[in-house]
Ligand binder design. Structure first.
Ligand SMILES: [Zn+2]
Ligand SMILES: [Zn+2]
Length: 179
């Protein structure tokens, strides 16, 4: 496979496009997570992620497969047609890698080592997603982003205001515990 076609497009512009796509993907992922995955349409796949996982995979992983197909299609379209599409594919892939590190790796421990951020923004991201899992089931969850997290104080206040829901201590959420 030749990457000759990339020389017809300024790399710096391409990287700017990819960076913009990473930002756009976080906004898209937030909206999809909040209104599709936690809605009637997408909960069928996403529910598996809010239950303890048995084995290596969960049905929710199919969302990642869908995005991998989209990224592959963009790479192919960029190789055959407008090159900027290749960089949209690159940005989508970069987002996928960051999503895997932050969500599947740091929070859900789907890699063979354990890193718990002890401070700074990474800790906030980590704690915010644990709070996403502090509510049972589909409704009333907080913090839908994967790379952006609101202040923890705000999320806890949000959860408190939903006193009709059963909110668990994030440390007791079974799907977050390491097996
Ligand atoms: Zn969720
Ligand atoms: Zn999660």
């Amino acid at each position: 496979m030749s990457f000759e076609f990339l020389t017809t497009f300024p790399v710096w512009q391409g990287l700017l496009i990819a960076l913009g796509v990473v930002v756009a993907m976080e906004i898209t992922a937030y909206a999809v997570h909040r209104w599709v995955m936690h809605g009637p349409l997408g909960w069928g796949w996403h529910a598996s992620h809010h239950e303890p996982r048995e084995g290596m995979f969960e049905r929710n992983d199919l969302y990642a497969v869908v995005f991998a197909f989209i990224a592959t299609g963009l790479f192919m379209a960029g190789a055959l047609g407008p090159v900027w599409l290749w960089y949209v594919g690159l940005g989508t892939t970069m987002y996928g890698v960051l999503y895997f590190i932050a969500h599947d790796g740091l929070v859900h421990q789907r890699w063979p080592f354990r890193i718990v951020p002890k401070g700074g923004y990474m800790q906030r991201l980590y704690q915010a997603h644990r709070l996403h899992h502090a509510v049972d089931g589909r409704d009333g969850c907080v913090s839908f982003g994967f790379l952006y997290a609101p202040p923890i104080r705000k999320l806890k206040a949000d959860l408190k205001s939903k006193s009709h829901l059963r909110v668990r201590d994030p440390d007791d959420v079974p799907e977050l515990q390491v097996r």
